[in-house]
Design a protein around this ligand. Structure first.
Ligand code: PEP
Length: 250
């Protein structure tokens, strides 16, 4: 049985005042049956871990560097995230791939060092609208999956997030059958590469304009083990409704 995951990515949003949302979330979900994760900006990680101490809410980073340390002004290492109290890290988000020209090889190196530092690593994959319209979605996802995910990953340290670029922050969501097709494809590829035991234990979450209104339908799709949520994770009431939908799904 895979434990479901509701992950919030706050991106470059939030100052100290936003930590109140975490307190509210913890009060709303004292004994969750899913994993609940918030990835705030790096400036808030340590304070966030203090706010959610002794609750079921976990804190993660939004990115890490490929190197363990060194002359990389403004960057943050996996070890630093762990030291600040993070349990997870997102790598290969499409905004990193686009804004910082990150290629699969870089994403894979980030995932490797994150795993080596004991962080559960959410590797993001997703096609552009042009790629979907050209019927290249599965080729793109297959290439990103083999290029971005390190060898020797396990269900404990790897989560895959399928996030179509055209669905992120746009309000446009793929059809349920499109989501199911990609998640089933990712599952089959994971089983082929890592064997059925590990392949079936890795969680695959969907991301892209998930909100309280569409979450329930998305969570009923095969091989959808949760969500990576941007905008709707910023307000505890919205994210809480998504968590409730996740825990109600079959
Ligand atoms: C994201 O950026 O990972 C994301 C899914 O954003 P949104 O939910 O706002 O589309």
């Amino acid at each position: 049985m895979r434990r479901k995951l509701a992950a919030g990515n706050w991106k470059m949003n939030g100052t100290g005042a936003a930590l109140q949302e975490l307190s509210e979330l913890a009060i709303a979900h004292p004994k969750p049956t899913s994993d609940i994760l918030i990835c705030p900006p790096a400036t808030l990680i340590h304070r966030a871990t203090q706010v959610v101490a002794d609750t079921a809410i976990q804190i993660g980073g939004q990115d890490c560097h490929t190197d363990p340390k060194g002359a990389h002004t403004g960057d943050i290492s996996a070890e630093m995230l762990k030291d600040a109290g993070a349990r997870y890290v997102i790598v290969g988000h499409s905004e990193r791939r686009q804004d910082h020209n990150e290629q699969n090889e870089t994403v894979r190196a980030k995932a490797r060092i994150a795993m080596d530092n004991g962080l559960t690593t959410i590797v993001c994959l997703g096609e552009s609208l042009t790629e979907r319209e050209a019927a290249n979605t599965l080729d793109i996802i297959g290439g990103q999956l083999s290029g971005s995910v390190p060898d020797a990953a396990t269900g404990h340290d790897l989560v895959i997030a399928y996030e179509p670029i055209w669905a992120i922050g746009t309000g446009h969501v793929p059809s349920l059958s499109q989501i199911g097709e990609v998640h089933d494809f990712i599952r089959a590829r994971l089983e082929r590469r890592f064997g059925p035991g590990v392949g079936r234990s890795v969680r695959i979450v969907y991301g892209g304009s998930v909100n309280p209104g569409n979450a329930g339908d998305i969570f009923d799709v095969s091989n959808v083990d949760g969500a990576l949520v941007g905008g709707a994770s910023l307000k505890s009431a919205d994210f809480s409704a998504i968590i409730t939908a996740l825990e109600a799904a079959s």
